[in-house]
Design a protein around this ligand. Sequence first.
Ligand code: ADP
Ligand code: MG
Length: 241
Amino acid sequence: MQTPRLEIRDLVRRFEGRSVVDHVSLTIQPGHVTCLLGPSGCGKSTTLRMIAGVDMQDEGTIHVDGNLICDTVFRVPPERRQIGLMFQDFALFPHLSVGENVAFGLKGPKAEKRARAQELLERVGLAHYIDEYPHQLSGGEQQRVALARALAPRPKIMLMDEPFSGLDNRLRDGIRDETLALLKEEGASVLLVTHEPEEAMRMADEIALMRDGRIVQRGAPYNIYNAPADKAAVAFFSDIN
Ligand code: ADP
Ligand code: MG
């Protein structure tokens, strides 16, 4: 079998003696989207923060392409993990142009950085805004710029924490589809956190269903949807029509 792009093994995070992440293991295959799906408070964001390196686990290991990046004594700093991040609050830098926002995390000659920004802005259909400022863009457009910014440095892994939940319902489906298309084109390996089963069904190659700090089921979306692990999983999926 192929070496997973990301593999976390038995991650544990305790707050005040309570394990909010309790022996969580999961993998992402190269180029795949894995959704970490579960109700609010089950430990999704805490898991993502440990993978990003902004929080540290009490137990367990994280490997990228088979290389250890973090255990309880060794830790590669966040900026050297080649991991991109996108949150619901995707705030762009208001004083930088759209192009400068996208190029922000890039190194090298200015012309090269601008060319990469231009390329990504073309992919999201916003190249004409390259010299405009974020406040001139709609919420949905800003979201696409944030995605371009996160992808610009070609991260090995994209971590996305409920990135669509701040968007208007009417926009959300379209932006989900566009985002997925761009992630696939760029060959990104993605861990997408969501509490919405519908979103996971729409976007995931694999779903890891999480509850009370644990992964209760893993598999292809339709396998999980058609054969939920237990009554709680059935109830969780029952909102989808
Ligand atoms: P989710 O993202 O699934 O909604 P979180 O990972 O944010 O869940 O939180 C899981 C649990 O851990 C929650 O009960 C939350 O209150 C708790 N928690 C998260 N961060 C901290 C912290 N820094 N200190 C204490 N408790 C925390
Ligand atoms: Mg969260």
